[in-house]
Design a protein around this ligand. Structure first.
Ligand SMILES: NC(=O)c1ccc[n+]([C@@H]2O[C@H](COP(=O)([O-])OP(=O)(O)OC[C@H]3O[C@@H](n4cnc5c(N)ncnc54)[C@H](O)[C@@H]3O)[C@@H](O)[C@H]2O)c1
Length: 354
């Protein structure tokens, strides 16, 4: 049975697209559909999407290169160019079929096309289902700095169909799992308990157990963005692990061995839990150690990481700010660590998680 969440003026449906998306589309009157995919979701997800939705073959599909590296102005330009060639009008619907990169960038292109056309998110990664597709934050990276250009605009709807996860590579499962851990820590003690006591990742994905975990994780994100849609307060809690994590991710982005968003957030959660003296530090390390590869951060990268942390959108008056879960679910603490503490936390990660 599909499960539906309401978040402001749009709904998030968890379940088979046959019973969620199809019924929704019938209630709408769009002039055109324009599907944005990357090369992997074009191959792995588009056939499933077509089969489940029975959309006609003539629906226009964009295919862009996969990966964070292409979440850029150049790719947006290619998408806008295709929208122009397709004569996409203001009553069209943009369908973002992919992970967080497609959702953020496709949403941004739609939100700015002719001052905004409707778009829907059809997340195909664990990370996008539980996090990126919900909450209307859209954008791209700029000059190597993550999510620097963007807007807030809610999708017309979100349709999360767990069937898409069947083709997700193991590394991407883990990447999404970092956000599930984050959600458990900030808002769902029961889920956190579960993540510690049960083996939840591995080749046995997509059991009923996973459906429950998806539902619980989505519920945390929905509650936070509903309370604070424009990130004036509580929403900053979703950045737990991301102040250091984003900088680590950007730092590795241009190397031969980039790390996934979730792997970087896992590093960030350990570091930030250490800085904030989080009561659950030992448990956090244990869960992360059992699900993530150890990715030591070279000391030569520390200055670059600190510089990148200065670009963080949460900073005020030149001070680096990070958010940590408070004592109660859905409460938070704000810290302003200095450079030395951040570097010590990275050393702590290097030693503790090996
Ligand atoms: N907007 C937000 O609130 C928010 C929140 C968290 C993260 N994000 C953003 O999300 C992005 C990371 O998202 P992601 O981890 O989904 O990355 P991604 O979109 O790059 O997807 C990861 C990889 O998996 C492939 N893939 C996607 N679905 C697949 C499937 N079903 N089968 C096989 N391969 C598949 C993709 O082609 C890609 O290679 C980052 O850019 C991050 O900034 C945004």
């Amino acid at each position: 049975m599909p499960h539906t969440f309401q978040s402001g003026d749009y709904s998030i449906s968890l379940g088979d697209l046959r019973s969620t998306f199809k019924a929704w589309l019938h209630t709408r009157d769009y002039s055109q559909l324009y599907i944005i995919t990357d090369e992997n979701t074009h191959r792995a997800c588009l056939p499933v999407f077509r089969e489940k939705t029975e959309l006609p073959d003539w629906v226009k599909v964009a295919k862009i290169p996969a990966g964070e590296h292409f979440k850029s102005l150049d790719t947006c330009q290619a998408i806008w160019q295709q929208m122009l060639d397709t004569q996409l009008d203001r009553k069209a619907l943009v369908v973002n079929l992919g992970g967080g990169v497609i959702g953020d960038m496709g949403g941004f292109c739609a939100a700015t096309w002719k001052r905004g056309v409707d778009f829907i998110q059809i997340p195909t990664t664990l990370l996008a289902m539980t996090d990126a597709a919900i909450g209307g934050k859209l954008g791209i990276d700029f000059q190597g700095v993550k999510n620097t250009i963007g807007v807030f605009k809610n999708p017309a709807a979100v349709f999360a169909d767990p069937d898409f996860l069947k083709t997700l590579p193991e590394r991407e499962w883990r990447s999404g799992f970092a956000e599930v851990i984050k959600h458990a820590l900030i808002g769902d003690p029961e889920l956190w308990q579960r993540l510690q006591s049960e083996a939840v990742t591995g080749s046995h994905h997509l059991t009923d157990k996973w459906y429950d975990i998806l539902r619980a994780s989505i519920a945390v994100k929905v509650r936070v963005v509903q309370e604070d849609p424009l990130e004036k307060g509580l929403r900053a809690i979703l950045n737990f692990g991301h102040t250091i994590g984003h900088a680590v991710e950007s730092c590795f982005l241009e190397t031969d061995n980039p790390i996934t968003h979730g792997e970087a957030v896992a590093v960030g959660m350990v570091c930030e839990s250490w800085i904030g003296n989080l009561g659950k530090l030992e448990e956090v390390i244990a869960v992360i150690k059992s699900h993530f590869p150890h990715r030591p951060v070279p000391e030569s990268a520390f200055p670059g990481i600190w510089n990148l942390m200065h670009q963080d959108k949460k900073n005020v008056a030149g001070k680096v700010r990070m958010t940590l879960p408070g004592a109660e679910p859905f409460s938070m603490r704000i810290l302003e660590p200095d450079r030395q503490v951040v570097e010590q936390s990275l050393l702590f990660y290097n030693e503790s998680s090996s």
